[in-house]
Design a protein around this ligand. Structure first.
Ligand SMILES: NC(=O)c1ccc[n+]([C@@H]2O[C@H](COP(=O)([O-])OP(=O)(O)OC[C@H]3O[C@@H](n4cnc5c(N)ncnc54)[C@H](O)[C@@H]3O)[C@@H](O)[C@H]2O)c1
Length: 398
């Protein structure tokens, strides 16, 4: 298949591009390299030494004799170029990763809030609008997030895959309806993902665009069999207070003996998936597209759930690095249950990678190898959800 990977230079996009190319698909990456620019602005770098994109692509071709194309484009602002690229390549599928994806970054300042909304909402809308204008029957596979459901909204009831069955009283009696699961975003970033959902619902209904929306959990791990082929293909690894996600961040903190920073009680339950399963799920979604006229197909792209404090305990026992509880910069419940349905991917043949000792060891090896690249001053979370709270960074022990 001819596939565009928009955001193909990022943490999920790069290993996905390699996985799809390895599987024989004709892949073109579209990216504006904004994630690398944000690193420059935040004065931080990936823990792993990521090569420039042209070096990555040359190395892939040398190692595998397979070519991945690249087009520089800002999805949120270069509408005419997007339309031209669509007409030139006529892709069968488009994987859409191209969004500002850090909740803390989205809450940092009025500028980052507005950037996140402009970038994410315009990017998704441009894609839907351009497919409608060009009349192409391309399947969009979009990366959403488990955060659209919010946490704890339904107590211990399982979170369904996108849609909720509701009963409505009418003068003629009770009727049942399937509605988009109520949105309950916890940050400006999550809010943009809930707006994406509405745009997908509209364009599938009005213009028969085919969309699969993957509500992904927190991705951990860093390498896939393809990124391991050469150091120049290595995936990025974010550890800073804005982009570093829990578990990868704990493993890096353990590697340098830095207390594992748990925000609040650590009773928050989150959903996880290993990067190797991310790339497999995306391929499964591409190979199983919805029909024209079908409502957005929504999958929960999740394999496990854990409480943050249990993850910290696990890593602490393994590494003997203590846990440090800090004030929570987020406005959220101290504790929540999270039970997630993920039957659709299991039915399509996903064999989940679980949080095993072996995989933790693998991430730890990476963190130990590149430990000299860590800037400890970048570890504490500095973004605040509300102005009134004391910055978590102020209390962090170094
Ligand atoms: N990483 C996770 O744990 C996680 C969890 C759930 C969902 N997701 C979703 O998966 C997607 C990818 O996440 P990631 O971790 O790879 O993020 P990332 O920031 O590493 O990658 C995003 C890529 O998109 C590019 N990009 C951003 N805006 C663009 C624009 N306007 N035009 C062109 N390119 C643009 C960036 O340069 C970058 O290469 C995001 O939509 C994110 O919300 C990620």
């Amino acid at each position: 298949m001819k596939i565009f990977v928009i955001g193909g230079d990022g943490f999920c996009g790069w290993p996905t591009s390699l996985h799809l190319s390895d599987a024989g698909h004709d892949v073109t990456i579209l990216d504006n390299l904004s994630r690398r620019q944000i690193d420059v602005l935040l004065e931080v770098q990936s823990l792993t030494p990521i090569a420039p994109l042209s070096t990555r692509l040359e190395t892939w071709q040398k190692k595998t004799k397979k070519k991945i194309g690249f087009e520089f484009i800002d999805l949120a602002n270069d509408y005419d170029k997007l339309r031209e690229l669509l007409l030139k390549y006529k892709p069968d599928a488009i994987v859409h990763f191209a969004e500002q994806r850090a909740a803390p970054y989205s809450m940092k300042t009025p500028t980052t809030k507005r950037y996140t909304v402009n970038n994410n909402v315009n990017g998704t809308h441009n894609l839907l609008c351009a497919l409608t204008e060009t009349g192409l029957d391309t399947h969009i596979v979009h990366l959403g997030t488990m955060g659209v459901y919010g946490y704890g909204w339904s107590g211990s009831a399982p979170i369904p895959e996108g849609y909720l069955e509701v009963k409505v009283d009418t003068p003629e009696g009770e009727i049942s309806r399937e509605i988009l699961h109520p949105a309950n975003p916890g940050s400006v970033y999550h809010m943009t993902k809930t707006l994406d959902q509405l745009m997908f619902a509209f364009y599938t209904k009005n213009d028969n665009i085919r969309v699969t929306d993957l509500h992904q959990g927190i991705v951990w791990g860093t390498q896939t069999p393809q990124t391991e082929l050469d150091e120049k293909l290595i995936n990025r690894f974010d550890y800073d207070g804005d982009y570093g996600t829990v578990l990868n961040r704990f493993l890096m903190q353990a590697a340098i003996g830095y207390p594992l920073t748990v925000h609040g009680s650590g009773g928050q339950t989150r959903a996880f998936i290993h990067i190797r399963d991310t790339v497999r799920c995306i391929e499964l979604a591409i190979l199983n597209p919805p029909k024209k006229g079908e409502k957005p197909r929504i999958f929960n792209q999740v394999t496990e759930t854990y409480r943050v404090k249990d993850l910290a305990k696990l890593i602490s026992e393994k590494t003997h690095v203590p846990v440090d509880h800090l004030p929570n910069p987020r406005k959220e419940a101290d504790e929540n249950d999270l039970v997630v349905e993920n039957d659709q991917f299991l039915a399509l043949g996903l064999n989940p990678t679980t949080l095993s000792q072996g995989l933790l060891d693998e991430v730890q090896e990476i963190t130990m190898k590149y430990v000299s690249r860590v800037d400890k001053s970048k570890i504490p979370a500095s973004s605040q959800w509300t102005a009134a709270k004391e910055p978590a960074a102020a209390k962090t022990k170094k």
